[in-house]
Design a protein around this ligand. Structure first.
Ligand SMILES: [Zn+2]
Length: 86
């Protein structure tokens, strides 16, 4: 099943700054039906752009949001350096 990459900015629904102002993001994954009788179930995941820790996809937004919020409060990793074209 196709899943959009978690870095797709169109699917980022919540952003928290960590203690070093790097982003911890909550991403929405709209379900794609593979069978006519499937019911659609949106799932959510979260990841920290600084330390690369993450929360796996879960149908409960509150679970993923709580992880992201708590991680942002604890994480002190600096933002990833900007890529350079040299
Ligand atoms: Zn982190």
């Amino acid at each position: 099943m196709y899943r959009p990459p978690v870095t797709d900015p169109a699917k980022v629904i919540i952003r928290y700054p960590n203690r070093s102002r790097a982003l911890v993001i909550v991403v929405e994954h709209p379900d794609v039906p593979t069978h006519p009788n499937d019911y659609l179930r949106t799932e959510y995941s979260a990841e920290c752009a600084a330390c690369l820790d993450y929360q796996r996809q879960d149908p409960a937004l509150s679970t993923v949001r709580d992880w992201a919020s708590n991680h942002a409060l604890d994480c002190r990793a600096l933002p990833q350096p900007e890529p350079t074209d040299q």
